[in-house]
Design a protein around this ligand. Structure first.
Ligand code: IPM
Ligand code: MG
Length: 351
């Protein structure tokens, strides 16, 4: 099994080292190939997603991705900014289905900004469409109107096939869980959203055992902090999913705990922590490697067909939390503060 390792920028390389350490300890025959991506690739060869990195990612069985971005690249032309690396990988590899689970670990209830009774036992799954919407819609840019005023613009659209394929992924995921699917849109205002909703209702006919409901995105943002446990699976477009998945992440106390998977139609995937590159703490050895390690577990389960190994990794993570080990982002009263490497070593030990 060939795994492309793309550490990226900021804390990416530090947390990736811990994840690779855990993978190596599983005793399977993995081959690793490392390639630069994001700002690191821009510095090395002048482009955030070099051809050679893209080729490696296409040929691999699965991709482990750290994080990209640093303020120092924010002034570059858009096509050279670090974010283009992850957007380009999603698009070129047709990774359209983004799974972002938000699970609250028992021991971390105190790390959430919400009352423990609101979040304890929380286990929701956000499925975000990743290849369409206003993120990729054309035309976009800045134009000059008649009369000379300038105007910035982007285009939101979803084609029927794009909505259908993410709908099927979401209904199938809901069937494996509690059978409750909430489709989030803004159908009271946007044509694209009304179209999305109509297709969801049509696809629902093929899944009589799943209970489909619809919610406007503003209400969904509110319900996520009011009664987050009322959700099971949420399916939504690229833009709304970007925002709601960060909100859901925070219910669990720290975005440093949450893995994600971005899959194509054959379940080939890219696995990355939901958090970003955190340049403010990069190189200090204090970042939480658990989201990256849990992304390894998702990779084992979804792309490499090794569910038992995935469960081993997840159990090991639960054990270190039960032992009271905490990185700074998930510090609780009773916890023992550790750094990135110490946390990785502890996961390894409990494996
Ligand atoms: C995410 C990130 C990306 C996105 C950025 C880095 C382009 O926020 O994965 O949620 O907006 O999709
Ligand atoms: Mg985001």
């Amino acid at each position: 099994m060939n795994i492309a390792i793309l550490p990226g920028d900021g804390i990416g390389p530090e947390i990736m080292s811990e994840a690779v350490k855990v993978l190596k300890a599983l005793g399977e025959s993995f081959e690793f190939e490392i390639a630069p991506v994001g700002g690191a690739a821009y510095d090395a060869v002048g482009h955030p997603l070099p051809e050679s990195t893209l080729k490696l990612a296409k040929e691999a069985d699965a991709i482990l991705f750290g994080a990209v971005g640093d303020w120092k690249y924010d002034k570059l032309a858009r096509e050279l900014r670090s974010e283009q690396a992850i957007l380009g990988l999603r698009k070129h590899l047709t990774l359209f289905a983004n799974f972002r689970p938000a699970i609250l670990y028992l021991e971390l209830a105190g790390a959430s900004s919400l009352k423990p009774e609101i979040v304890s036992g929380l286990d929701i799954l956000i499925i975000r469409e990743l290849n369409g919407d206003i993120y990729f819609g054309q035309p976009r840019g800045v134009r000059t109107l008649d009369g000379g005023e300038k105007q910035g613009f982007d285009t939101m659209h979803y084609s029927e096939s794009e909505v259908r394929r993410i709908a099927h992924v979401a209904f199938q995921a809901a069937m494996k869980r509690d059978g409750k699917l909430t489709s989030v849109d803004k159908a009271n205002v946007l044509e694209t959203s009304q179209f999305w909703r109509d297709i969801m209702i049509d696809v629902a006919k093929e899944y009589p055992n799943v209970e489909l409901s619809h919610m406007y995105v503003d209400n969904a943002a509110m319900q996520l902090v009011k009664a987050p446990k009322s959700f099971d699976v949420i399916v939504t477009g690229n833009m709304f999913g970007d925002i709601l998945s960060d909100e859901a992440a925070m219910l669990t106390g720290s975005i440093g705990m949450l893995p994600s998977a971005s899959l194509d139609k054959d379940s080939k995937g890219l696995y990355e922590p939901s958090h970003g590159s955190a340049p403010d703490i990069a190189g200090k050895g204090v970042a939480n490697p658990l989201a990256m390690i849990l992304s390894v577990a998702m990779m084992l389960r979804f792309s490499l067909n090794l569910p038992e190994q995935a469960a081993r990794v997840e159990t090991a993570v639960k054990k270190v939390l039960a032992q009271g080990l905490r990185t700074a982002d998930i510090q609780t009263k009773d916890g023992r503060l550790v750094g990135t490497k110490e946390m990785g070593d502890a996961v390894l030990a409990s494996l």
